[in-house]
Design a protein around this ligand. Structure first.
Ligand SMILES: Cc1cc2c(cc1C)N(C[C@H](O)[C@H](O)[C@H](O)COP(=O)(O)O)c1[nH]c(=O)[nH]c(=O)c1N2
Length: 240
């Protein structure tokens, strides 16, 4: 049996890597067109198939279409964003204030993915030592949904400039349920070819080879096949 017997076909692999490469955080390009229920259901299924600590599946999905609720969340954003802007001074502050960092009202659907920290009882397999693993699991659900959405042509924007207590109150979350991700979803006029924060000069993608260490932190990868392959960006853009 060859090592590649379990591989996806070339076109399936291309599709998966394409979704990873071309997934974007969307804020400005939302169209008002509704997302058909079958499409939204597939995205929720993708999220629900994420790995989770002890198979805890700690997530719930609050699907928000109500204008009133979205306006309340938008007001929380406005307050928090004003505070955030004050943390950046000079040119950075000017640039920050120019950035659009949410599409709460422009997108047709908002989705809050939560973590029920009490699900499955007090002792969850795998969560005894690292308590945050339930929150990590919810982040994986978010990423599954984000990638599936890209494949469906649906844009997703994560809004984290929110006071979590106020958000929980607005969404009437129970005490033990924590709002991990507030997402804006909708079809888009375009997916930008690179991160908007990079295009607008906020921050660039770091070179991967500088982030890969050998055996212990700080020990760079020596020149060799792995280092060469990592530097060959084309291999990721066009996987064989
Ligand atoms: C946990 C978390 C929280 C946020 C984000 C992401 C994640 C993972 N991002 C999106 C973020 O800015 C974006 O992913 C990067 O700029 C990279 O761009 P692409 O996602 O590749 O388009 C984000 N974007 C934004 O405009 N407002 C926000 O509040 C947040 N919050």
């Amino acid at each position: 049996m060859s090592t590649s017997d379990n591989r996806f076909s070339a076109s399936e692999r291309h599709g998966l890597y394409r979704a990873i490469r071309e997934r974007r955080d969307v804020r400005s390009q939302f169209l008002p067109d509704p997302i058909p229920p079958a499409v939204l259901a597939r995205l929720l299924q993708a999220a629900h198939h994420a790995p989770s600590v002890g198979f805890m599946q700690p997530w719930d999905f609050v699907v928000i279409e109500s204008r009133e609720v979205r306006e309340a969340v938008r007001a929380i954003f406005e307050r928090e964003n004003e505070k955030a802007a004050e943390r950046f001074s000079g040119d950075k502050g000017v640039l920050y204030r120019r950035l659009k960092l949410e599409g709460i009202l422009e997108s047709p659907v908002n989705l809050c993915i939560t973590c029920d920290r009490s699900r499955g009882g007090p002792h969850v397999l795998g969560r005894n030592t690292i308590l945050e693993t339930d929150l990590f699991s919810v982040c994986l659900a978010v990423q599954n949904l984000w990638l599936a959405a890209r494949a469906e042509g649906v844009g997703v924007g994560w809004v984290s400039i929110l006071d979590q207590g106020e958000l929980a109150k607005t969404l009437q979350l129970p005490q033990e349920v924590y709002p991990v991700a507030y997402l804006c979803l909708g079809y888009v006029s375009e997916f930008l070819s690179r991160p908007e924060l990079e295009a607008k000069g906020w921050r660039a993608r770091l070179p991967l080879h500088e982030l890969v260490h050998r055996d212990v932190w700080g020990q760079p990868l020596e020149a060799g096949p792995l280092e060469t392959a990592i530097r060959d960006k084309g291999a990721f853009d066009k996987p064989s």
